[in-house]
Design a binder for this molecule. Sequence first.
Ligand SMILES: Cc1cc2nc3c(=O)[nH]c(=O)nc-3n(C[C@H](O)[C@H](O)[C@H](O)COP(=O)(O)O)c2cc1C
Length: 352
Amino acid sequence: MNTSLSPSGRLAGLSPASPEEIAAQMVAAAVWAPSVHNTQPWWFRAGGQEISLYADVSRQLRLADPAGREMMISCGAALFTARLALRSLGYIPETRVLPDQGQPSLVARVGWQRRADPAEYEQRLFGWVRQRRTHRGGYGPLPLAPELLTALQAGAARDGALLRIITGEGSKAALAAVVETAERAMRLDAAYVQELARWVSPPGSTRADGVPATAYPARPDRTDPYFPGRDFAHGRGWGLPRFSFAAASPSAGVVCLLTTEADRPGDWVNAGQALQRMLLASATCGVAAALHSQPLELPWLRDYICAHWCDGAYPQLLLRLGTVAQAAASVRRPPGSVLVTSGGEPPGAGHD
Ligand SMILES: Cc1cc2nc3c(=O)[nH]c(=O)nc-3n(C[C@H](O)[C@H](O)[C@H](O)COP(=O)(O)O)c2cc1C
């Protein structure tokens, strides 16, 4: 994040807030980060001029995500958002990312002492934290500006990740086939189906986590090439009326892989930070992202992607980017339910 002081050294229009207010605002923003199946696998402890972010292991997907990789990516996205909120308040985040051998669920600590005006682009990114939505469908035919893709790649590099744009039609088709293979395998596996079902809610539900019926189309697009989405509705007809294109085969968009050099929990957190940076930067340009983590949850398909498209690096997410009008809506738990002050007990059960 850009943390340079303004030439005047003053913070235009930003009055200092109490540590409690700052922590509350950081968490109020962070909860809007994306997370696998909207599990929101995080909680925060505030104390003094610092917050600690923990993974809520009771929300980990035991079958799809036994190592906690997607949980940590989700927490990384929340971490980036908390840092961005701090910047929007005119503070410079001092971030320490795990590991802490004694506390495996501790993801990061973020402190703040010094102040500096937020840069204009930080304000713009922050403006999209609540509005950004995951897209689940096809895109229009317009290509994305090469400058945007270059900027997204530079952004990912700042968080220690690499954004690989898949350019060849053959490679795109092959990756689509890998996603379809994964999706078929998961739909045939009763345990996978059950785990996903636990994070899907019926229309009209007031549940504040999981994937609501307002977040995906009732009739999914058949993109060209075909990247099938998750089977959230499971034949129950849930979902939004068509909000994408009337075209029979809308574009799959720009296909990309977010990778990291190593595959440790700290790399997963970095991937999550890079993910949220790129999702928000895309959103500021009217570009939405569809996320396909299905093949990365099956070790044999993850290995296949790793061997063919990653030059020895580790694939953390497969995405499609494009321009589309979105109608999707999502839900979040109230920030107060995931924030404890120092000395307090972690919310919910299942924490280490
Ligand atoms: C690690 C990770 C993996 C994800 N995988 C998928 C996926 O395979 N399919 C999908 O539709 N959404 C996927 N998502 C998006 C989440 O479902 C989404 O972030 C969540 O439902 C909240 O909705 P929002 O992003 O619109 O706020 C993934 C998100 C993360 C962070």
